[in-house]
Design a protein around this ligand. Structure first.
Ligand code: AMP
Length: 289
C-alpha cells in the first residue's frame, strides 16, 4: 500500500493505473476510521481494480467555533485499517499541500446546501464541495463512495457532479451502526459513558418516526413532532433540527406523497452534551413518477 502526502505523486500513480486500463474507486475521509468507512472501502474494492482513500481533516469545512482542532486523528491505526481492507493508495496531505499560500478558489451551491445542516453550519458545504472537487482532480477515479450517514452531503456531491459535468460516478452506501443502533461516527469518541447511552435517542426517535410512516402517516409535521417528542425525553439531548425533506432536492415537504422521486429524507441533528450528532432514514413512499 502506498501512503503519499504529495498531490503530484498521488496524481501520477492514479494516472498510471488509468493508462493501464484499471478502474479506480475512491473513498474520501477525514480519518479516525471505523467500520462505516471500511464498508465504503469494501464496496470500492468489489467494484474496482484499485482503491484510493484520502485522509484529510479539512479545515475549511469547519466553522470558527467547531471542532477542527480537537477532531480525533490516528494515522497509524488508519493506515492499518486501510491495509487490512485492501486499499492500494492512501493520500494523506497536510493543509499546506491542499491549501497553499494565496488559496482563494471555492465551489459553492445554492439552495440545497442552505437546508438542514447548512442552517447551523453555514460554511460547511462550501468547504466540503471545494475539497471534494479538488480531491477528484488529484485522484481522477471512476467512482467515488460516500455514506448515507451524511445524506445531505451525498445529495450535494451528486448534484455538484451533475451541475459541473464531472466525469465520476457517485456511489451511496448504507449507514453502518453499532450493535445498539448508534450510527458509527468518529465523533462518538467525544461521548462519555453517560452521553454514549443518551446518544441512543437518535436511533430510537428515528425508529419511532419511521414506524409512523410505515403505518401510513403522511403529514410531515406529525412525524417530526413524534421524533422531537422522543428526543425531548432524553435530558442530555438538545435538538438542533428534525426535518423531513424531498430527497430529490432537499427541499422541505409537508405531505410525504409529494416527494418528486418518491423518496423522502428524514434527518436529525442532536447535541448530546457538547457533541453534535446526525442520523437519518430515507423512505421510499412510492415508485418514481
Ligand atoms: P468522514 O470521515 O466522517 O468525513 O466520513 C467519510 C465518509 O464515510 C463519508 O462519506 C461518510 O458519509 C462515511 N461514513 C461515516 N460514517 C459512516 C457510517 N456510520 N456508515 C456509513 N458511512 C459512513
Amino acid at each position: 500500500m502506498i501512503i503519499s502526502e504529495s498531490i503530484r505523486e498521488t496524481r501520477e500513480q492514479v494516472k498510471e493505473w488509468k493508462r493501464q486500463g484499471l478502474r479506480v474507486g475512491f473513498v474520501p475521509t477525514m480519518g479516525y476510521l471505523h467500520e462505516g468507512h471500511r464498508s465504503l472501502m469494501e464496496a470500492a474494492r468489489k467494484e474496482n481494480d484499485r482503491v484510493a482513500v484520502s485522509i484529510f481533516v479539512n479545515p475549511i469545512q469547519f466553522g470558527p467555533n467547531e471542532d477542527f482542532a480537537s477532531y480525533p486523528r490516528d494515522m497509524e491505526k488508519d493506515a492499518a485499517l486501510c491495509e487490512d481492507a485492501g486499499v492500494d493508495l492512501v493520500f494523506h496531505p497536510d493543509a499546506g499541500e491542499m491549501y497553499g499560500e494565496g488559496f482563494s478558489t471555492y465551489v459553492d451551491m445554492e439552495g440545497l446546501t442552505k437546508e438542514l445542516c447548512g442552517k447551523s453550519r453555514p460554511v460547511h458545504f462550501r468547504g466540503v464541495q471545494t475539497v471534494v472537487c479538488k480531491l477528484f482532480h488529484i485522484i481522477p477515479a471512476d467512482r467515488a463512495y460516500f455514506g448515507q450517514k451524511d445524506a445531505q452531503q451525498l445529495a450535494v456531491i451528486k448534484k455538484m457532479v451533475r451541475d459541473l459535468g464531472m466525469d465520476i460516478e457517485i456511489v451511496g452506501c448504507p449507514i453502518v451502526r453499532e450493535p445498539d443502533g448508534l450510527a458509527k461516527s468518529s465523533r462518538n469518541t467525544y461521548l462519555n459513558a453517560e452521553e454514549r447511552q443518551a446518544a441512543l435517542v437518535l436511533d430510537r426517535s428515528l425508529a419511532a418516526g419511521r414506524k409512523l410512516v410505515e403505518a401510513g402517516e403522511r403529514d410531515a409535521l406529525k412525524i417530526k413532532e413524534c421524533i422531537a417528542g422522543e428526543i425531548g425525553k432524553e435530558k442530555l439531548a438538545k435538538t438542533d433540527y428534525v426535518e423531513i425533506v424531498d430527497f430529490a432536492d432537499i427541499t422541505p415537504i409537508e405531505n410525504l406523497e409529494d416527494a418528486k422521486n418518491g423518496e423522502i429524507l428524514c434527518a436529525i441533528a442532536v447535541y448530546i452534551g457538547k457533541t453534535r450528532l446526525i442520523d437519518n432514514f430515507i423512505y421510499r413512499i412510492s415508485e418514481c413518477r
